[in-house]
Design a protein around this ligand. Structure first.
Ligand SMILES: [Zn+2]
Length: 390
């Protein structure tokens, strides 16, 4: 409480000097629960024009605007704001059908998602204040559309699975998954750069080195902060006990795996966690990873499912040698916390002798890369057409 008083006083004085004129919206009633102050989320949304998605099942919601985002959970005091954690003294609540955001957290969210906009208060009400000269608002200059639109896809992150001390799945004759994923990813990079000269294409690794799973995610999310949306593609090779199984499949993140095979594939890919230094055998994620993992929104999941369907379609056009095993969902650590459409492609089975042999060959690698690229193209067309309609 003491902290809040001292914080209010001095910055208020400073901001008077720096920004002379603001216009205020209508009052927002401050709701009190157990002597703590909250602002209703619906009021914040309508007055600040933030986009929002909410997952009823997990009780997690996401506010976003122009590459900035905040993720909250009912009952959680930790709010994710632009990749950082903001801790509020009290949790977000739901009361009488309304989501209530702690006052200080609401201030933080508005400041971050609407730079230049302030939340002020008097005794019982809060006011959202906009700078009088709209041109002074830094975000307005970037793009002019008034209606809330999704950010366009501006970049693609290709994540070649495994690397360095982590070879991934092993095949007969010393074939290693990490080598195939890197070769195919590099071909995919070329394909995508040709297909999308305006997009930036990144590889999480371009040589044989080890990267932690959270590091791969971080590379993608860092790019997202620059007011741009992106796509995350993790490229892998599968392995099964039966050498008869062959074919390719595309996964998106879900805590509910499609079936036992999907669960096994995820378990196989998640094994790498024991090689990561901070997880020395314990297998537990730190708090940030855990919270990000829990905060998948329905919006991102839907987009990821659509991306997976497109990629599987593209692959089935170009990879005629093996069968499509369809789109599946499972809990892959590398997809957790990726705040953009993200999929994991298992391009074939290293445990199948015929397919392993093909996966080493240039022409097959090229076909696989072309198939994934075609899927990405299909998805981006769909995604951008949705933006235009909005
Ligand atoms: Zn793998």
């Amino acid at each position: 409480m003491k902290k809040r008083l001292s914080r209010c006083f001095f910055p208020a004085l400073l901001s008077l000097l720096a920004l002379p004129s603001f216009s205020a919206s209508g009052p927002i009633e401050i709701v009190r629960v157990k002597n703590e102050e909250y602002l209703p989320l619906d009021e914040i949304l309508s007055q600040t024009e933030l986009d929002h998605s909410f997952d009823m099942i997990s009780g997690k919601g996401r506010l976003y605007r122009k590459g900035h985002y905040a993720v909250y959970g009912i009952g959680l005091s930790i709010i994710l704001v632009d990749g950082g954690l903001y801790k509020s003294p009290v949790p977000v609540r739901r009361k009488a059908g309304r989501v209530l955001i702690p006052f200080d957290a609401a201030e933080k969210i508005v400041q971050s998602l609407r730079p230049g906009v302030r939340v002020d208060r008097d005794r019982s009400a809060a006011y959202v204040r906009f700078p009088d000269n709209e041109d002074e608002s830094p975000e307005r200059k970037e793009d002019t559309p008034v209606t809330p639109v999704k950010d366009r896809i501006r970049f693609i992150v290709i994540d070649p699975g495994h690397g360095g001390k982590d070879p991934g799945a092993l095949g007969k004759g010393g074939i290693m998954e990490k080598d195939i994923t890197l070769a195919v990813s590099k071909r995919l990079e070329k394909e995508l750069k040709n297909a999308f000269p305006d997009l930036r294409v990144f590889l999480t690794r371009s040589n044989d080195r080890f990267i932690e799973l959270s590091g791969r995610t971080a590379i993608a999310n860092k790019l997202l902060k620059k007011s741009e949306n992106g796509i995350f593609l993790s490229v892998h090779v599968n392995s099964a006990l039966s050498s008869r199984i062959s074919g390719y499949e595309t996964y998106f993140l879900s805590q509910n795996p499609t079936n036992e095979d999907a669960r096994n594939t995820a378990a196989l890919e998640n094994n790498v966690i024991v090689l990561e230094e901070k997880h020395d055998g314990g297998g537990t994620h730190d708090d940030v990873d855990y919270i990000e993992a829990m905060m998948i929104t329905t919006q991102i999941q839907k987009e990821s499912a659509a991306l997976a369907a497109c990629i599987q379609k593209g692959l089935s056009k170009k990879n005629r040698a093996f069968a499509s095993r369809g789109v599946k969902k499972a809990d892959f650590f590398v997809l957790r916390g990726v705040l953009m459409p993200a999929v994991l492609v298992e391009i074939g089975y290293i445990s199948n002798i015929k397919e392993a042999r093909q996966l080493k060959k240039e022409d097959h690698q090229r076909a696989v890369a072309a198939g994934i690229a075609e899927g990405v193209e299909l998805f981006i067309k769909k995604y951008n057409s949705l933006i235009k309609i909005n």
